[in-house]
Design a protein around this ligand. Structure first.
Ligand code: DAT
Length: 163
């Protein structure tokens, strides 16, 4: 089973994904490293620009059928069985990205993306099995515990937009 851990940069994906993989005995795969390993994508201003469909092709080919935790902010666009969208208060995202040395424009862009649920919306457009987990005020261990509990419940919780 492929479980994607997605969310705005700085939300805690890598931290949570590694812990969750350990807890479940799954293989941890960082999507960026995976793309580099497969020789796809182009380096641009220190970022790796990849063709989403090409990346999805390799995920399907090489990871389908394995028990994998897929870490990356594009992981909800991959052929996953379950997508976990991590959330945090936009202020926290801003602080973490500033600390990470992101330029102001990039910090602002990501804070706004978190504010207007960009990744959640994309995830529910792509997948039926989406779990949204708010990490605000929780330790990574508490977040993992919450995810494990939700997975045990066999969550088939569909998230919809009410307007
Ligand atoms: P991402 O992979 O989404 O970019 P990360 O796992 O690298 O995020 O985490 C960014 C920073 O935030 C890192 O210094 C660890 C910290 N962090 C992550 N999850 C946290 C949590 N639940 N509570 C406090 N700090 C957290």
């Amino acid at each position: 089973m492929i479980i994607s851990i997605t969310g705005t940069p700085g939300v805690g994906k890598t931290t949570v994904a590694k812990l969750l993989a350990e807890e479940l005995g799954y293989e941890y795969v960082n999507l960026r490293d995976f793309a580099v390993e497969k020789g796809i994508g182009v380096e641009k201003d220190g970022e790796l620009e990849v063709e989403v469909d090409e990346l999805a092709y390799y995920v399907e080919r090489d990871l389908k059928g394995k028990d994998v935790i897929l870490d990356g902010h594009l992981s909800h666009l991959m052929p996953a069985d379950i997508v976990i969208v991590l959330r945090a208060h936009p202020k926290i995202i801003g602080e973490r990205l500033k600390e990470r040395g992101y330029p102001e424009e990039k910090v602002k862009e990501n804070v706004e993306a978190e504010l207007v649920d960009v990744i959640l919306v994309e995830a529910i457009e792509e997948h039926e099995n989406v779990i949204e987990v708010d990490t605000t005020g929780k330790t990574p261990e508490e977040v993992v515990e919450e995810i494990v509990e939700l997975l045990k419940k066999g969550t088939k919780r569909r998230v919809g937009i009410v307007d």
